[in-house]
Design a protein around this ligand. Sequence first.
Ligand code: ZN
Ligand code: ZN
Length: 271
Amino acid sequence: MIITDVHMHTNNSGDSQAPMSDMVSSAINKGLKHICFTDHYDMDFPYTVSGEEGMFELDLEKYRKDYESNLSLYGDKIDLNFGIELGIMPTTYDKLRDYLKDKQFDFIIGSSHTCTCRDVYYPAIYEGRTDVQVFNMYFSEIYDNICNFTDFDIYAHLDYVVRYAPNGDANYKFSNHAEIFEAILKRIIELGKGIEINTGGLRARVSRINPSEDILRLYHSLGGEILTIGADAHRPEDVAYEFQYAGDLLKDIGFKYLTYFKKRKPEFIKL
Ligand SMILES: [Zn+2]
Ligand SMILES: [Zn+2]
């Protein structure tokens, strides 16, 4: 059984209503031993829809206080860790480095929720472009990001763009992008960083894990070892969502360990 889930949100994220204590209770009830909160901070996020402004800002002080009070309530029942999911864009590399200078996290997830400063959750970016062109733009931007900004521990949901494509994954083929994935994964391995298996996509329209199995297989074949697991839960019931399936898949690929981070240092547990 998988006892760790290191990608989850609470009501400190603008897109979650869940009190932190409800996420903790769900994790305890599901038998988890180790979790990490990774609330969103997408600096300078390009809001597409009015009413969403500020949604991916983070009140870090409130978030930390919330963490500390949960730690004192539940710290003897489950290992609670304090992380962040940072949205990375080419316009924010320097500002993010500055932001992180005096902050202490157990775990930093790097994410691309945007491409060319547009929110890929909305279809506007596909206007005048094929799906494959947008996917290429998105993957190339991830590569640029990891060449210019390295203050993260793992890069999340590498093919997130496909999750919200207007045609779902109908026009997504691993072989169209194999070269850029290889470049991304080699760079991540060189940096001593990792990737995640994110089961959030199983609840989305495309209904599959992110990244796709092909990418996980490539990562393993290139010698990638740092791999975290997260359900990307925004609601208590989604903690550890479909982890049995994810664990079986990882074992089938040949992974032997999962990783979690404490004070930014990787720890390994047997799969
Ligand atoms: Zn994300
Ligand atoms: Zn997330």
